[in-house]
Design a protein around this ligand. Sequence first.
Ligand code: SF4
Ligand code: SF4
Length: 300
Amino acid sequence: MNGIITEIQHASVHDGPGLRSVVFLKGCQMRCFWCHNPETISASPQLFFDESKCMGCGRCLGFCEAHKLSNGRHRIERAFCTSCFRCVETCFTGALSVCGRVVSVDEVMRDLAEDIPFYGESGGGVTVSGGEPGCQSDFTAEILHRCHKMKIHAALETNLAYSRAILEKLVAGCDLVMADLKHIDSQKHRAGTGHGNEQVLENLRSLTVPLILRTPIVPGFNDDAGTIRRIAEFAVKLDTLQYYELLTYHPLGCGKAERLGMEERAKPQASPTINTTDYLIKAASETGVPLFLNGRRIVK
Ligand code: SF4
Ligand code: SF4
């Protein structure tokens, strides 16, 4: 069985407990305007152009009309690109590359197997992330299932915006779900992500595996005490909740968006201030929910 991924990251400390290997899948049904991983939104391979590596040699110019060189500066006119990727092979500096590759579950498992010694010692394992792994549910379920069979701790990072049938298929081989609830108000959730939150809330209530619930704090979208308190009140009632985590927005996705020609995502949002973060921590803590901020436990 095949799927499309951007990469397998090794020794990550940000995507679940211990040292983890993280499989980043391509394709997502949401369109969060602040997305930290814009390279995973499209389910297709994309041309990635890193201008800082371009020597202006002009070797790629002959391939198609998308490549333009003026005043020593190379630009790509995306409207002309048909994603044939012939130009990538001619670029010897690595300025042009393909983001996304099709791999089989066997290939993924061979890669993950090399990290097994690290998992045990650190209490880590494998995390399937994205993009949205639920968009490639058979591929994701097979990876999780094989990890589970090999006694590797298997975690899923997900937005939970899919049917109960898909959820059941995914959690069958899963030791931990790390899910986002981006807004408690469905209309605002839709305005920020393109999807209402009804399915997300229903799936959260029905989870039977340990859960870490997270909210990315995005100024102007959900950075008010009332919203965070309501999410924390919802979280504290969930049967399998381990803790609730606030993740502050960072603009690291913008550079990647620019290199992919996603101009509309290349402009950074404002980051939350320390003051804002402090009052959101206070609002969430008052509900009694076990709380983390950016990977650190908040001690009351
Ligand atoms: S991927 Fe193909 S169509 Fe796109 S810029 Fe390169 S040569 Fe042109
Ligand atoms: S082949 Fe690579 S280095 Fe040369 S102009 Fe094209 S992108 Fe730049």
